[in-house]
Design a protein around this ligand. Sequence first.
Ligand code: XBP
Ligand code: MG
Length: 233
Amino acid sequence: MTLRALIFDLDGTLAETEEAHREAFNRSFADRGLGWHWGRDTYGRLLKTAGGKERLRAWQDGLPAGAPRLGDDEIAQLHQEKTARYGEILARGGLSLRPGVADLVAAAREAGLKLAVATTTSRRNVEALCRCCWRRPADAVFDAIASGDMVAAQKPAPDLYLLALDKLALPADHCLAFEDSLNGLLSARGAGLRVAMTASAYTRNEDHSAADWRLQGLETGPLPPVLRAALAG
Ligand code: XBP
Ligand code: MG
């Protein structure tokens, strides 16, 4: 099989973004005077639900009976406010790529591989991360972007990776996925992809044994043999 493209998950894989997301959620709660606050332990549990709006609904479902609840339109509005806060955090340079990511992306581009993103977060947040960490628009870094606002079913459903493959116009067996979470692993495998895992701060205790490769980090390697061969040209 000739490797033709790398498909990267974004949150937790390209960068440790979830503390910035958590801060943005908490700021949007405070702005509205909701009296909600997500600590790390709570957020770690809520991260089992992919997608910020879906996560807000899962949070509400766990509130005591009789607690005030937001309707779907209010959830959508609150999530837009959260996304604005997240963009402000990244615009202040509040984030950097995980070690090894910039070098791998540059080496893959140099070797003629296509590069894609398959992420549950929004297209707007993909743009914010690329401008913050690469100082370039997302379309200048990646050949194809599949984001949560483009599909109906979030990870672990395969929809995002199937959309990335469609945008790349490549079959799954010519591509390699990089993920940090079990939801992402299941999504990529569901789309027929082989998966290299780099667990992140919030996913270190998950069971990633179904992955094809489990790396400590992209900078420590060893990279999957199929990728090493493609980079060697
Ligand atoms: C991780 C997610 C996202 C982020 C929050 O996405 O599940 O929901 O936690 O971003 P990835 P939004 O697939 O990149 O790991 O609030 O924009 O959803
Ligand atoms: Mg992730």
